[in-house]
Design a protein around this ligand. Structure first.
Ligand SMILES: [Zn+2]
Length: 419
């Protein structure tokens, strides 16, 4: 088995059990050792310090960070019992990887707190002003707008994300998740804005959201009024299981943009294939990324469509890096995010692989590998900052995302004022 194919398969987290005996082993093993203090010599290494050259840290917001929990009844966070079931070994394994990546320790009831404590600790190595945007995650809802717990995988309440952000305003912003079929979706949007949400997050395949459904229209109108952006996963989604992969078709987001909603396509839709429904329901199956790229190049979406580069360095997505780096014309519409805790899932990333693709200097690999077990957030940031293809890296604006989420005009308050 070729290294790339092996690692790509491993990226699904479905084949970890079969790697024994395989010639290749993930370069940093399977488990994150969750080390605490990064040696000063590393933290102050000239290459590490150089990452901030040209950046104003107060403008650097990590636009894609997951809040994980479900052990502590006080937070209201929940995860499906299937993640603990012997009948769902794949889900059990996923859960083990996530809890390890987020360095969640102790008894289950302490997990929520320890997840946030670890993240806050990692943020201490970032310069003052740097913030991460924490994602809430709404329930799966059926077509009538009712919660279907049996089909939900996770639930992270908006109020929990808002509270964590409030507990450390120097480091956190938060992103609400509101299912558009909810009968109170517009009211929930207004209340999220009042509580300081910077965006709305959807994962259509896992939440049962068809972005092309007319059921979304009222919500889209309210979103467009508020100017709050929608961060939406598109393309194949395996990190959170769900039965509606077709809802992840990037072309289904045309409806949101045609209502005037600013849309951020997570990971630039860099995994999987979707039907080219521009050619009708029986159109050919093409790379989801190609469909995203097509819309990026349509003039009418120039101020509406954006892409986040979170997880693009992951093994199953890094094929897209050269293309995205080359598209300098897109850079003003690209936003950095870490997809934390995923950079802490050890088999999912390989700095060596990226160096072998000619995208970073091989000499930087040992330093990246040394940083990662201590601070996967810094590892992710460093890897992205070092990327070069034909001397072209990501523009500084890709990292200075604050202006996108907090336009100086304060236009996000428009909806509140109108109501
Ligand atoms: Zn994500």
């Amino acid at each position: 088995m070729k290294r790339r194919a092996f690692l790509r398969n491993l990226g699904t987290l479905g084949l970890v059990g079969s790697i024994a005996g395989c010639k290749y082993w993930p370069e940093q093993g399977l488990r994150n050792p969750c080390l605490n203090t990064l040696p000063d010599s590393v933290a102050r290494h000239p290459l590490v310090l150089s990452l901030w050259e040209g950046l104003d840290p107060t403008q650097v917001w990590d636009s894609h960070t997951h809040l994980v929990g479900g052990g502590d009844p006080l937070t209201g966070a929940w995860y499906s019992p299937n993640l603990d079931s012997v009948w769902h070994p794949f889900l059990r394994m996923q859960k083990a990887f996530y809890t390890n990546a987020g360095c969640m320790r102790g008894e289950t009831h302490a997990w929520d707190q320890s997840y946030v404590a670890r993240l806050s600790h990692l943020l201490e190595l970032m310069p003052p002003g740097f913030k991460t945007m924490l994602f809430a995650f709404d329930w799966y809802h059926n077509e009538h707008g009712d919660i279907d717990k049996n089909r939900s995988m996770f639930f992270i309440p908006n109020v929990y994300a808002a509270n964590v952000a409030r507990s450390n305003r120097e480091r956190y912003e938060w992103v609400a998740s509101i299912h558009p079929y909810r009968r109170d979706s517009v009211d929930a949007l207004k209340s999220a804005i009042r509580d300081g949400a910077r965006a709305i997050k959807w994962l259509p395949s896992a939440q049962g959201i068809d972005p092309m459904s007319a059921r979304c229209d009222d919500f889209y109108t309210a979103m467009a009024d508020s100017k709050l952006p929608l961060i939406c996963h598109a393309g194949l989604e395996i990190a959170v299981q769900g039965g509606h992969q077709e809802f992840g078709n990037p072309l289904r987001l045309r409806r949101a943009m045609d209502h005037g909603v600013r849309v951020v396509v997570a990971h630039c839709a860099s995994d999987g294939n979707d039907i080219d429904i521009d050619q009708g329901p029986d159109g050919p199956s093409v790379r989801s990324y190609e469909l995203f790229a097509r819309m990026m190049d349509e003039q009418r979406y120039a101020n509406l469509l954006y892409g986040d580069i979170s997880a693009l360095t992951q093994l199953n997505r890094n094929w897209a890096l050269k293309d995205v780096l080359k598209r300098v014309d897109w850079h003003p519409r690209l936003l950095n995010g870490s997809d934390y805790p995923l950079p802490g899932i050890m088999p999912l990333f390989s700095a060596t692989d990226i160096a072998n693709m000619g995208l970073i200097d091989i000499a930087a690999v040992p330093l990246l590998q040394q940083i990662r077990p201590h601070n996967s957030l810094l590892f992710d940031f460093m890897l992205k900052r070092l990327l070069r293809f034909e001397k072209q890296g990501f523009a500084n604006s890709v990292f200075e995302t604050r202006k996108f989420f907090q336009p100086s005009s304060g236009s996000a308050d428009t909806l509140i004022r109108k109501s």
